[in-house]
Design a protein around this ligand. Structure first.
Ligand code: G3H
Ligand code: 13P
Ligand code: ZN
Length: 307
C-alpha cells in the first residue's frame, strides 16, 4: 500500500467519533516505536515532519524511513508537513511526495492567510495532496486581543476561510499550546469555541495542535535523573478524548514523544554509567515510545482497530 492522504482517515474519524494521532518524527527509533504501536492497535497513522525535522534528518532519509514504515506495517500512513510557513516549502514537500501539507499562515492578517492558504491548496490539490490550514493563535493568549475571542479562533471567520481557501482541514486555537509548559492557571480547553466552529462547518475535520498531555511519569523521571523541568504540564487526556468525540479528527503530539525518549535515556544512562552502546538506551526509548503511543491510540484518540 502506498502512502495515503488523510481524506478517508478523517471522514471515518468524523463519523466514528474518534481522532487520528499525528506524531512528529525526526529519527528511526521514534518512527519504529510509533509504527509498532500502530500495528499492535491496528490504527491509521499520520507521521508529520516539521521544517526543523527536515533540516535535522534530511528529507531523503526521513522519506525512506516512512516508506519503510508503510512497507513493514501495511497500515494506512499519511506523510504530513507540520507548520509549513511558505508556499515554497509546501510546494517542495508536495514535490517530495508528501500526501498532506500544512500551510500555517495564522500569524498573517485574515485576508493574507486566505490568499496564501488558497495558493497552497490549488497547487497541492492538482497533485492529489491534501491541505491543513490554521486560524487563530495557539500561545500568548494575552497578546493582540482584538475581539471577544482574543487569540482563540473566531468562529465567525471559519466558513469564509474554508470556502475561500478550499483547504481540507482546519487547525483551531481553543487553549492548547506547543511544548511542555501549557497552562499557568486551570488546564481547560474552550469547548464552546469548538462546538461553534463545528456548527458552522458540519462534517469538516478540525485539527488540534499542541495536544501533548505531558505525562508526569516522564517529567518526574527527567527531574530525578539530572533534568530540570519543574512545573511541566499538558492537556488533560479526558479533554482530548472529548474533543476527539466531537469534530476534532487530528490530534498533534510531539512533546510527549520527546519526554518519553529523553526520560528513558536519562534514566538508563544514570543507572548504567559505563554503557556506551547507543542501542542499549535507544532500544528502551523506542519501547517506551511504543507504549506511550499505544496508550494514546486506545485511551485518548479512540482510533484502535480503525486501520
Ligand atoms: O509544533 C511544532 C512541533 O512540535 C515541531 O517542532 O519545529 O522543533 O521540529 P520543531
Ligand atoms: P505538542 O508540543 O503539544 O506535542 O504539540 C505538537 C504539535 O502541535 C506539532 O504541530
Ligand atoms: Zn503544531
Amino acid at each position: 500500500m502506498p502512502l495515503t492522504t488523510s481524506k478517508e482517515m478523517f471522514a471515518k474519524a468524523y463519523d466514528g467519533g474518534y481522532a487520528v494521532g499525528a506524531f512528529n518524527v525526526n529519527n528511526m527509533e521514534t518512527i519504529q516505536g510509533i509504527v509498532e504501536a500502530g500495528v499492535e492497535c491496528r490504527s491509521p497513522l499520520i507521521l508529520q515532519v516539521s521544517n526543523g525535522a527536515r533540516k535535522y534528518a534530511k528529507m531523503v532519509y526521513l522519506k525512506k524511513l516512512v516508506e519503510a514504515a508503510v512497507e513493514d506495517s501495511g497500515l494506512p500512513i499519511c506523510l504530513h508537513l507540520d507548520h509549513g510557513d511558505s508556499f515554497e516549502l509546501c510546494k517542495q514537500c508536495v514535490d517530495d511526495g508528501f500526501t498532506s501539507v500544512m500551510i500555517d499562515a495564522s500569524k498573517l492578517p485574515f485576508d493574507q492567510n486566505i490568499e496564501l492558504s488558497k495558493k497552497v491548496a490549488e497547487y497541492a490539490h492538482a497533485r492529489g495532496v491534501v491541505v491543513e490550514a490554521e486560524l487563530g493563535t495557539l500561545a500568548g493568549v494575552e497578546e493582540h486581543v482584538s475581539n471577544k475571542y482574543g487569540c482563540f479562533t473566531n468562529p465567525d471567520e471559519v466558513e469564509e476561510f474554508v470556502s475561500k481557501t478550499g483547504v481540507d482541514s482546519l487547525a483551531i486555537a481553543i487553549g492548547t499550546s506547543h511544548g511542555a509548559f501549557k497552562f499557568k492557571g486551570e488546564a481547560k480547553l474552550r469547548f464552546d469555541i469548538l462546538e461553534e466552529v463545528s456548527e458552522r462547518l458540519p462534517g469538516f475535520p478540525i485539527v488540534l495542535h499542541g495536544s501533548s498531555s505531558v505525562p508526569q511519569e516522564y517529567v518526574q523521571m527527567i527531574n530525578e535523573f539530572g533534568g530540570a523541568m519543574p512545573g511541566a504540564i499538558g492537556v488533560p487526556e479526558d479533554q482530548l478524548r472529548q474533543a476527539a468525540r466531537l469534530a476534532v479528527c487530528k490530534i498533534n503530539i510531539d512533546s510527549d514523544l520527546r519526554l518519553a525518549m529523553t526520560g528513558t535515556i536519562r534514566k538508563y544512562l544514570a543507572e548504567h554509567p559505563a554503557e556506551f552502546d547507543p542501542r542499549k538506551y535507544l532500544g528502551p526509548a523506542r519501547e517506551n515510545i511504543k507504549q506511550l503511543v499505544k496508550h494514546k491510540i486506545v485511551d485518548v484518540l479512540g482510533c484502535d482497530g480503525k486501520a
